[in-house]
Design a protein around this ligand. Structure first.
Ligand code: ADP
Ligand code: NA
Length: 336
């Protein structure tokens, strides 16, 4: 069967206001620029999979004022037949102030994203091989999708952003994930939530040492946190990728089926221009990674590292362009 991914997640109207500096309490300020674009981590990651060449459907919820978002996703190659329009509700919305110094401030209104969908039937998931989740939808629904997909033998991937509360974290079936993608702060908080122990089953860092010299402290610290996470019983057998912004990533992955996980550090792309806008870089990385997984055959060591490097390259292009979904490069641009 051809690989096909279902993304169950959020979709928003993102409104950007360009301001001199973020408004203070009681202050009214004017905006020198305004943009309105599709957003939400679920929608962003679905678009990234499509742009990377993967076959993907998105399931989320909008209100009647969000019909145009569905068209935007469809235009970018995402299957939207499962996306639901609920009357009497309003579409999720983010109000983003972007200051001249690049600082931002965001108000997020979940609205339709927090409506619970009925659990999926196995029949409704028949055509899929992969499931990608975030944490901008009700955790109950996310959990139901994960459990059924796991039972059906799908490859399951989650980028649990924003992180569930410590209590939610302790109740979540993390072991049903094949892949967990977190940034360094999330890795740290996740470890705290599960009561991470300090005893480490040594996970070997197999990266040649010269490769990590430049960012030694960050990499070794992420390696220590990631190792503890990877060796915690909650994440038994879960492949973990910990992204480190401009430093790159550390991953704890089993390169061959049933083999133990090994740690790899991969540096970020060397950019040929300035960093313009890092929004969407994580979503771009995740979408490219999932699309790569979908085309991967088990057991080829080079391939998984190749997939990670391609995803890093795509995210490196993304940070050099303004915007979120429109800053995600097409597969052809990444290979060029
Ligand atoms: P998140 O947005 O989820 O916190 P990160 O900031 O870790 O994710 O970014 C994800 C990936 O995007 C990184 O692993 C890296 O490859 C790439 N990236 C992010 N910021 C930069 C940057 N300033 N320069 C080059 N690559 C970057
Ligand atoms: Na961008």
């Amino acid at each position: 069967m051809d690989a096909k991914c279902l993304v169950r997640g959020s979709i928003n109207i993102d409104e950007y206001f360009h301001v001199k500096s973020i408004s203070r309490p009681g202050e009214t300020i004017s905006s020198s620029g305004y943009e309105c674009r599709p957003g939400g981590k679920g929608a962003n990651q679905a678009v990234a999979i499509a742009k990377a060449g993967g076959s993907v459907d998105f399931i989320g919820i909008v209100g009647p004022n969000g019909k145009w978002l569905i068209d935007e996703l469809r235009d970018r190659g995402v299957g939207v037949n499962k996306t639901v329009i609920v009357e009497d509700t309003t579409t999720g919305r983010a109000m983003i102030q972007v200051a001249e110094d690049g600082e931002n401030s965001i108000v997020l209104h979940h609205a339709a994203n927090h409506i619970e969908l009925p659990p999926p039937t196995p029949e409704s998931l028949r055509r899929f091989t992969h499931l990608l989740l975030q944490n901008e939808s009700p955790l109950k629904s996310t959990t139901e999708y994960l459990c059924i997909a796991h039972e059906l033998g799908f490859v399951t991937i989650m980028n649990p952003s924003p992180l569930p509360t410590p209590e939610q974290t302790r109740g979540f079936p993390w072991g049903k994930l094949n892949w967990l993608i977190v940034n360094e702060g999330e890795a740290r908080d996740l470890l705290t939530s599960v009561g991470g122990s300090h005893s480490i089953d040594a996970i070997e860092l197999v990266t040649p040492f010269e490769g990590i010299l430049e960012h030694r402290t960050v990499v070794l610290s992420a390696h220590a946190i990631g190792s503890k996470l990877a060796s915690h019983p909650t994440f038994k057998g879960v492949n973990i990728i910990c992204t480190l912004g401009a430093v790159g990533l550390v991953s704890f992955v089993s390169l061959v089926r049933d083999a133990g996980r090994k740690a790899f550090y991969l540096p970020a792309s060397k950019l040929d221009g300035p960093v313009v806008d890092t929004t969407g870089a994580g979503d771009c990385f995740t979408g490219y990674f999932v699309s790569g997984l979908m085309s991967l055959e088990q057991g080829h060591e080079e391939d998984l590292i190749g997939v990670l490097n391609t995803s890093i390259k795509a995210a490196g292009i993304c940070v050099q362009r303004r915007g979120t979904i429109d800053s995600i490069p097409l597969r052809g641009e990444v290979s060029a």
